[in-house]
Ligand binder design. Structure first.
Ligand code: SAM
Length: 373
């Protein structure tokens, strides 16, 4: 029992700074320890009093773990967009999408608040996919966000992170309504799909201002939705984390409200509604004429939103027509080769190729990550 250990993950935004520069400034005087387990073992202390240690992540480049209680948000680097709070697992999709020159433009289909958009931007600029010299072919990111308010947040984050020159934001644009044959998207070779989900993998903490929270589209269970008082939500978070592995019928929304489902049946209905949308998104992405690679991710722990969606997508007519197949990219891309957790073989109905092609993160396995697919 007890709350699973978690560090604070900090992504160094290479559009604005470097790891070395951050070690000399924001993290000056910090002891560099070898593993995230060392970071998690450190006494946390009150806010601002955490031990000054950090580790450089071995799987994701430019990612640092510090003990919870380290005050990152007060630093100049955070305020200027040089540091971004982003869970390690939430860094997997952009890194695994691995944009290359031959991929042309990249689409981030469900983009707000922009953690992954800005991560993609930093990778693409590092790789000189958007050179400043006039006349060069420049790869761009098309970032779609259906919700107008969240699109504003996305716009702010993209600007603060210095990603704006490479990113076109399509505010209020439902990706499902985008015409794949439109002239503007003929060069889209890679797509990142990070749709709304149940959020069941999120590590619920008041002191983690991580922006990666899912949104719940209206539907089935709206009638059960109510605003939590701060006290209620604290109480729930505590009881949630004390039952670590048992999936609870509680869904966390963007703005911190929670949807309490009154039964397992409600949960099932909810997951099915989400999965229908998630599958539609994947099938729509398959239709982009120049598309050669797609990552699909959620911060859900449920197979219904994860492996099952992938299986259904691969079995679809359009997947067969266009030759979409699953690849074990986790075995091929840089530091991800060292990450051991794959898709659930039972959830993949025994299909080991699909299980190998999926990457999971579990929040209770001592690696300090959130639940993620
Ligand atoms: N990728 C984001 C990040 O890393 O910061 C988090 C994305 S969040 C899980 C899902 C987002 O998709 C929400 O902001 C939601 O409003 C948006 N969304 C939901 N349905 C959409 C659709 N059909 N088209 C475009 N955006 C959509």
């Amino acid at each position: 029992g007890g709350r699973p250990a978690h560090p604070r993950w900090v992504r160094v935004n290479t559009l604005k700074t470097t790891v070395d520069e951050q070690l000399e400034t924001t993290f000056r005087g910090y002891e560099v320890v070898p593993t995230v387990q060392d970071v998690m073992a450190a006494p946390q202390g009150a806010a601002g009093n955490a031990e000054k240690i950090l580790c450089l992540d071995g799987n994701i480049p430019n990612l640092i773990a510090v003990p919870l209680g380290t005050e990152v948000t007060k630093s100049e680097a955070y305020k200027s967009g040089a540091l971004i709070l982003q869970d390690k697992a939430s860094c997997f999709p952009a890194y695994l999408l691995d944009p290359q020159p031959e991929d042309g433009d990249v689409a981030d289909t469900c983009a707000a608040p922009g953690n992954k958009t800005t991560h993609l931007a930093s990778i693409m600029v590092e790789r000189c996919l958007n050179p400043t010299k006039a006349g060069d072919k420049k790869s761009r990111i098309h970032a779609f966000e259906k919700d107008k308010n969240r699109a504003k947040t996305l716009e702010r984050m993209v600007k603060t992170a210095g990603s704006d020159r490479i990113t076109t934001i399509h505010q209020g644009q439902d990706f499902l309504k985008v015409d794949p044959r439109a002239a503007a998207y003929q060069r889209v070779g890679a797509l990142l799909l990070d749709p709304s989900c149940s959020g069941s993998g999120i590590v619920g903490r008041d002191d983690m201002p991580e922006l990666h929270l899912p949104e719940l589209p209206s539907s089935a269970t709206n009638n059960h939705k109510k605003k939590d008082t701060k006290k209620d939500s604290k109480k729930r978070k505590r009881s949630e984390t004390s039952e670590e592995s048992k999936p609870l019928p509680v869904i966390v929304d963007d703005d911190g409200t929670t949807t309490t489902l009154s039964s397992e049946k409600d949960l099932k209905t909810r997951i099915e509604a989400l999965a229908t949308f998630q599958l539609a998104l994947l099938l729509h992405a398959f239709a982009f004429p120049a598309a050669r690679k797609i990552t699909y991710s959620t911060c859900s722990i449920y197979a219904g939103e994860n492996e099952h969606v992938v299986l259904r997508a691969l079995a679809s007519k359009i997947a067969k027509q266009r030759g979409w197949r699953i690849l074990a990219r986790g075995r091929q891309v840089g530091g991800m080769r060292e990450w051991p957790v794959r898709g659930d073989i039972d959830a993949c109905e025994g299909d080991s190729e699909v299980a190998e092609g999926c990457v999971r993160a579990n929040r209770d396995d001592g690696k300090g990550v959130m639940g993620f697919f």
